[in-house]
Design a protein around this ligand. Structure first.
Ligand code: PEP
Ligand code: MN
Length: 263
């Protein structure tokens, strides 16, 4: 799978893997809607130490199995260097969370791997700090780095964070790295995820990372911002129109021309 080419890539799934049934419902829904990768946290960086911290290794096994069943590669967060051997063996993309953007030991360890890394922008990081964090991974020789804008802290409190779409266009202009947008953490409001996803597609992002939960009201993590499977499916149907306006298309294994020709 190519990220950063003409094909626009959509990664979706629950904030956290909570159990076999929840994950299967989420994976089936996002796969049927046309997502390209399955997301799911098994090590969760929670603000409170008493909140659900993720299922750990058993959750990772569920994620791997669900991805295989539905033909989707997986992306999951690695929080600590000690988790790297396990995560690097099983996760197709290693996510570095916003809170770890400047965990230089972790970044250096990721630089030694030859696996794709999605590096989230820190809660209050400037774009320059974000690029320097990416440089830690690249300098180690791991060239498969994608940036992820997930909203930053500003004086605004109406939304969970402030989505900095100009930073997406800025990073696309000044670096060769793919840029993914996470409208879920950026807004914290389900009804804003679709419009911000379309805006991200319009401004040059290379893909999306979206939280989808089969029963948002029962979620153990980030349920208040989870998109319903139905709303996600509607978004997937609307994306191609916006992408076409900026000469892009949803990623497909063969590319749209070959698929059209085969029909
Ligand atoms: C997440 O993707 O669930 C997550 C914890 O995101 P962030 O690091 O952007 O807060
Ligand atoms: Mn989350």
């Amino acid at each position: 799978m190519e990220v950063g080419g003409p094909g626009f890539v959509v990664m979706a799934g629950p904030c956290a893997v909570e159990g076999a049934e929840q994950l299967e419902l989420a994976a089936r829904a996002v796969a049927q809607a046309g997502a390209h990768l399955l997301r799911g946290g098994v090590f969760k960086p929670r603000t409170s130490p008493y909140a659900f911290q993720g299922m750990g290794e058993p959750g990772l096994k569920l994620l791997v199995d669900a991805g295989r069943r539905h033909g989707l590669p997986i992306i999951s967060e690695v929080m600590e260097t000690e988790q790297l051997p396990l995560m690097a063996q099983h996760s197709d993309i290693l996510q570095v969370g916003a809170r770890n953007m400047q965990n230089f030991g972790l970044l250096r360890a990721l630089g030694k791997l030859r696996k794709p890394v999605l590096l989230k922008r820190g809660l209050s990081a400037t774009v320059q700090e974000w690029l320097n964090a990416a440089e830690y991974i690249l300098a180690g020789g791991n060239e498969q780095v994608m940036l992820c804008e997930r909203g930053i802290r500003t004086f605004e409190t109406a939304m969970r964070n402030t989505l900095d779409l100009a930073a997406v266009a800025w990073a696309k202009e000044r670096t060769h790295l793919p840029v993914i947008v996470d409208p879920s953490h950026a807004t914290g409001i389900p009804s804003l995820i679709a419009p911000m996803s379309l805006a991200a597609a319009a401004c040059g992002a290379d893909g999306l990372l979206i939280e989808v939960h089969p029963r948002p009201e029962q979620a153990l993590c980030d349920g208040q911002q989870a998109m319903s499977p139905g709303d996600f499916a509607t978004l997937m149907q609307r994306l191609p129109g916006v992408l076409a306006a900026v000469d892009r298309h949803l990623w497909t294994p063969a590319g749209p021309a070959q698929i059209a020709g085969a029909r």
